[in-house]
Every structure is written in structure tokens, then in C-alpha cells.
Design a binder for this molecule. Structure first.
Ligand code: FAD
Ligand code: MLT
Ligand code: ZN
Length: 451
């Protein structure tokens, strides 16, 4: 029997996709920068089927690439060539909400938007939110330890995870799904799987904590002079606004690109250099508090406040449409870095010259999650010099004591630069963990760690 026949035996004939046109949408990433051919796309419908697929591939010595919603931005869910692509989207079950614990069990293939709608039905919500919510899966969010626009309030994905079920590279199933608030019985495998980018195990079910649904919201767009002004106002905002839920930064060039792409009106009668989207959210209307805090901001150039849902969405669109607007303008080099807040303004000031030194006509568009010192450095028009631009930017970030990946992960895109953020000893420890759990190197080879 061939490998494909064996896989059909595990998941059923219709869930092994071998024809080019059926595989195609799985084989290129969201940005269009990464693509590769899979031997087949396999779509298991249960944890046991995932285990069967992994065991079958392990016996044949054929590696696997794990994929959720394929919204990752670093090429981690795309085959290098010849792997079996394991798509988790059929594992999309939404368990009953445990109101006593404010927790839920969810299939790894459920989308973030589906879980949000499910939780909101019980006046609860998911602590992580991001613009790819309609396609990004819970398994993908955990595997990348995704961040997003609510980290300031609730932390990254790892902080939401209280349990996981996963299939390891030998086909065995590990399951810690009780959602215990306290559990000190040795190594924290669940936490290890968070951010492991599909290299240590295939997540099949997750147990997540939920947060209260905050119905009363106020969103503001604030104009400032520059990054330094934005960083300067942060401590006061955090101090005055315990209900602050988001603080997102973008600049005049990004706003112009977004407006041109989405046909949006100008937010203010005149242009300003830098903008902050602020959101406060609570059980009671946070508008007065937010307005008072904004009125006292040092260096305030202008501000507008939205209290109803549609105007709030309109203000958020200036920020959330950045990713699509940039991709519509070309295939960008997408870098996702963080530096200590004290170094953030220096990074923004130095980036244009560092990029221009490699490609003078390149077009950087920068935006991001300012409270975490996390900037998305997108560079359009790098042509053949994408790797050189990446190198120049990541070396600058390392010089400023930063991280080469703040939230998207290392994937395939940043493997050569891992050593800028991790010491030799750390990489050796990571390799030892990988070897122990996946001695054949079956899961996501070439992702995160150099082969
Ligand atoms: P995929 O892209 O399918 O996979 C991502 C990685 O996880 C791959 O390495 C894959 O092998 C692995 N993986 C997927 N599922 C599993 C599983 N079940 N078990 C083990 N490994 C698995 N990211 C942020 O952090 N913050 C943002 O604000 C943000 N905004 C975005 C906005 C847009 C418009 C887009 C397109 C992307 C954005 N992203 C953001 C990136 C992306 O949405 C996240 O990385 C998300 O977590 C990926 O989920 P996914 O299901 O699409 O995973
Ligand atoms: C975001 O914050 O919008 C994202 O992480 C996506 C991106 O970097 O484009
Ligand atoms: Zn982001």
C-alpha cells in the first residue's frame, strides 16, 4: 500500500488532497512571499486521526508541515517541498463554556472569531484579539504565542492557555485539559508547546481561560509629534486608565496608504506625523475617564473620540487595515520586532537610513503595539535584496537589545537570524528539546531551528 493509500485509510478518501488545484490555497502564505509544494494536504477530523496521520508519516519517514488558518506571516505553515501538509481546520469544535471557571475547551482548528462569538454569548470574551480573527485558528494562535491588540490588558496567547492536548512526533497523545489553576507536577509541557511553532507537537484541543466581556467601550485617535511623544505619554495613560485595553501606533505614511487602499476619509482636517489609537473598555462607560486623560496628554496635537460602535470601527480601521493595505501595494518584507521602550524612538528614527543604505528606493511602513515596544517594520520595494534588508534591520534591533520576533514567530523567514536573539547555549537547549521529542525531525523541519 502507498503512503497516500494509508493516509486515505486514516482520514477518508475525500480528506487527502493531491490534485494541484485543491492543494494550491494551502501552499502559499497570506503574504504571497512563501510557497512550496506538498506531497498531499491531509485533513484529519479528530485527535485520533491526527495521531494516525503522524504515525503513518513517521513509519514512512515523511515529514509533516502543520497548518491552521494559514494567516501566519513568517512562512511556518508552508512546505519547503514534499512534506505532508496537515491541515487542522476540521478540528473546529467549540465546547460548552465552563462559567464557574471562566474557561472553555476548543478544537485547535476553530477560528478566533468563532470562539469570540461563542464566548460573547455567555458575556465572556477571548483575551487575545487580532485582525486575522476570521481565519486564524486557536491552534495557530497558541503555536505562535500570538500577541495582537489586547496584550496590554490580558497578555499574549500563552497567558490564555490553561491546558492543551497534542499529538507528539511518535503519534502519542499528551493531554492536560482539566484547566487546573494550580498544578506543580514537573515540566510545563503545555507552556512549552505555546510558541513552539508546530515543531514539538500538533495541538488538537486547547483549554483557554476567558475574560469578562466588556461592553462599554470608548475609542480615541490621538495625534502626536513622533514616537518619543507616544512613549512619553504611556505611563500616564496606564496609570490614569486602569481600563485601558489597547494602545496602537502608526504614522502619516501608513495612514495615507490605508486611506488610499480602503477609501477612508481623513481623521482630522490636517495631517500629523504620528497617531495613537487608544481604547478603554469596562462594565461602565469609560468615556469621561478617557477624554480627561487625553486632554492632559503632553504634546497632544489633536484628538477625536468615538463612543458608538460604528465610529469606533471606523477609527480602528485606520490601524487594522495596515496589513492589507501594505500587501495590496506589493509583497513586503515583514519584520516584527520589539525593543525596550526606552529604545523605541531611536529605532524608528534610525530605520529609514538603515534601510535606504541597502535599497535607496525601498519604502518602509512602520506601525505596531507601542506599549510592548513591538513594531511591525514592513518594507516595500526591496526587489532582490529582501534578505539584505532583513539583515540590516534585525542587526539594528539586536544592537538595541531587542527581539527579532515579538509575536509572529521565527517561522522560515527568520531562521538565519535566530542567533541575534538567542545565545548559543539557548539554541543548544532548544535543539536538545527538539531532538528528544522529535528525533526523526518530522514536524515542521526548517521552521524555527536551522536544520
Ligand atoms: P498558521 O498560519 O496556519 O500557522 C502558524 C504556525 O503555527 C505555523 O508554524 C504552523 O505550523 C503552526 N501551527 C498552526 N496550527 C497548529 C497546530 N494546531 N498545532 C501545532 N502547530 C500549529 N499575529 C500576531 O501575533 N498579532 C497580530 O496582531 C496579528 N495580526 C495579523 C493580522 C493579519 C491581517 C494577518 C494576516 C496576520 C496577523 N497575525 C498576527 C499573524 C497570524 O494571524 C498569527 O500568527 C496566527 O496566530 C496564525 O494562526 P493560523 O491559524 O493562521 O496559523
Ligand atoms: C498587526 O499587528 O496588525 C499584525 O501583527 C499584522 C502585521 O504585522 O501586518
Ligand atoms: Zn501585530
Amino acid at each position: 500500500m502507498t503512503l497516500l493509500d494509508e493516509l486515505r485509510g486514516v482520514v477518508g478518501q475525500t480528506h487527502v488532497l493531491v490534485e494541484d488545484d485543491l492543494r494550491r490555497s494551502y501552499e502559499t502564505d497570506w503574504t504571497g512571499r512563501f510557497s512550496g509544494k506538498a506531497l498531499a494536504v491531509v485533513r484529519p477530523g479528530s485527535t485520533e486521526e491526527v495521531a494516525g496521520v503522524v504515525r503513518t508519516c513517521a513509519a514512512a519517514g515523511v515529514p509533516l508541515v502543520v497548518q491552521g488558518g494559514n494567516t501566519g506571516l513568517v512562512g511556518g505553515s508552508i512546505p519547503a517541498g514534499g512534506e505532508v501538509l496537515l491541515s487542522l481546520t476540521r478540528l473546529d469544535g467549540l465546547g460548552e463554556i465552563d462559567e464557574a471557571a471562566s474557561q472553555v475547551t476548543v478544537g485547535a482548528g476553530a477560528t478566533l472569531a468563532a470562539l469570540q462569538a461563542h464566548a460573547r454569548g455567555k458575556d465572556l470574551d477571548v483575551g487575545v484579539d487580532l485582525a486575522a480573527r476570521d481565519s486564524a485558528t486557536i491552534g495557530g494562535l497558541v503555536a505562535t504565542n500570538a500577541g495582537g491588540i489586547r496584550v496590554l490588558r490580558y497578555g499574549s496567547m500563552r497567558a490564555q492557555v490553561v491546558g492543551a492536548e497534542a499529538v507528539l512526533a511518535d503519534g502519542s497523545i499528551v493531554s492536560r485539559m482539566a484547566g487546573l489553576a494550580k498544578d506543580n507536577t514537573g515540566y510545563d509541557l503545555v507552556s512549552l508547546l505555546c510558541g513552539s511553532e508546530g515543531t514539538l507537537g500538533v495541538l488538537t484541543n486547547l483549554r483557554l481561560r476567558l475574560v469578562p466581556r466588556l461592553r462599554a467601550r470608548c475609542v480615541a485617535l490621538v495625534a502626536l509629534e513622533d514616537t518619543a511623544a507616544a512613549v512619553h505619554v504611556l505611563p500616564g495613560l496606564r496609570d490614569r486608565l486602569p481600563e485601558l485595553a489597547a494602545a496602537e501606533l502608526f504614522f502619516a505614511d501608513g495612514l495615507a496608504l490605508v486611506r488610499g487602499y480602503a477609501g477612508l476619509p481623513a481623521p482630522f482636517p490636517q495631517e500629523y506625523p504620528a497617531y495613537l489609537v487608544l481604547e478603554s473598555a469596562g462594565r461602565n462607560d469609560p468615556t469621561d475617564q478617557l477624554v480627561e486623560a487625553i486632554a492632559e496628554l503632553d504634546g497632544l496635537l489633536d484628538a477625536t473620540v468615538a463612543t458608538d460602535a460604528s465610529t469606533q470601527r471606523a477609527l480602528w480601521a485606520y490601524r487594522e487595515q495596515h496589513t492589507e493595505a501594505i500587501s495590496a501595494a506589493g509583497v513586503p518584507v515583514k519584520l516584527d520586532v520589539s525593543v525596550p521602550l526606552r529604545a523605541l524612538a531611536g529605532l524608528v528614527d534610525r530605520l529609514p537610513a538603515v534601510i535606504a543604505a541597502v535599497v535607496p528606493q525601498a519604502r518602509p511602513i512602520v506601525f505596531g503595539h507601542v506599549n510592548e515596544g513591538n513594531l511591525h517594520v514592513n518594507v516595500l520595494g526591496t526587489g532582490e535584496l529582501a534578505e539584505e534588508v532583513t539583515d540590516a534591520v534585525l542587526r539594528l534591533v539586536a544592537e538595541l537589545d531587542g527581539s527579532i520576533s515579538s509575536e509572529h514567530g521565527v517561522g522560515r523567514a527568520k531562521v538565519p537570524w535566530l542567533g541575534l536573539s538567542r545565545s548559543d547555549a539557548e539554541i543548544a537547549a532548544m535543539r536538545a528539546i527538539k531532538r528528544a521529542l522529535d528525533p526523526q525531525g518530522l514536524l515542521n523541519p526548517g521552521v524555527l531551528l536551522p536544520d
